[in-house]
Design a protein around this ligand. Structure first.
Ligand code: URA
Length: 238
């Protein structure tokens, strides 16, 4: 829900003050009723707005963003404890966007943000098994046994993980750099999987989401998805 005058201003109808005047002058109707109170709230996705009898198109333009999340930002829209959120990295004029799934505050890398609720729902639905690849620095020299367990499935308290694909990139100074591809989105899944096999995660970065990767997007920066990518995402969850 949003204040009517704020919504009118954001929709480019007039400045906030002029929008307030329009309302007070009785020129704005919400669902057929003239609204003259300034505190009135509307739901832009449902309510029909008319100004001087003309309908206002309240449908938001779909926006699709690929963000390279740095450490220290949480993946929610607003935080009640005043912590930094991924929305602090996106200009306000992009409107209200929502993360597709979550990355922990200490996890970096690829996070999609969109106002397309239907696509978000589909992309995060386990049925579609979107693959997500993480580059993980773990403590210890990873063993074949641990890799086998990760690949076959780890019994976590919320169920057995689906088979993963594991690639060891480097073992050095008592640490292992490992890439793991999973198809689910359980809470803190990668950290819990490595913890369960005795190799605690020290650094975690999501480097790809399906066919999307971080190429050309530095930490803290974002880019818009191309229409080709958007269509591809939509097609892959049909
Ligand atoms: N797995 C985790 O443990 N953390 C994330 O942020 C994402 C996947």
């Amino acid at each position: 829900m949003e204040r009517l005058q704020k919504f009118l201003a954001a929709a480019g109808i007039a400045s906030r003050r002029k929008s307030e005047e329009l309302i007070q002058q009785g020129r704005v109707k919400v669902n057929g009723q003239v609204v003259t109170t300034l505190g009135a709230k509307i739901d832009p996705s449902r309510d029909r707005i008319h100004i001087d009898g003309k309908p206002l198109d309240t449908k938001e333009e779909p926006v699709y963003i690929l963000l390279n999340k740095p450490k220290g930002y949480i993946s929610t829209v607003r935080d009640t404890h005043g912590r930094k959120t991924v929305m602090d990295l996106i200009p306000k004029h992009m409107g209200r966007l929502y993360p597709v799934g979550r990355l922990d505050s200490q996890t970096t890398g690829l996070l999609l943000l969109t106002n397309d609720g239907e696509l978000t729902y589909k992309l995060t639905h386990p049925k579609h098994e979107f693959s997500k690849t993480y580059r993980t620095l773990v403590k210890g020299k990873i063993t074949h046994e641990a890799i086998n367990q990760l690949e076959q499935g780890i019994p976590l308290e919320d169920g057995l993980t689906a088979p993963a694909i594991v690639n060891v990139l480097e073992i050095k100074d008592g640490k292992s750099l490992v890439e793991i591809t999973i198809h689910e989105g359980k809470n803190r899944q990668v950290r819990r999987m490595f913890q369960a096999v005795g190799f605690p995660v020290q650094n975690l970065k999501r480097i790809s989401f399906g066919f999307l990767n971080l190429k050309g997007v530095s930490p803290g920066k974002f880019r818009m998805l191309t229409s080709y990518e958007i269509n591809n995402l939509k097609r892959s969850v049909l």
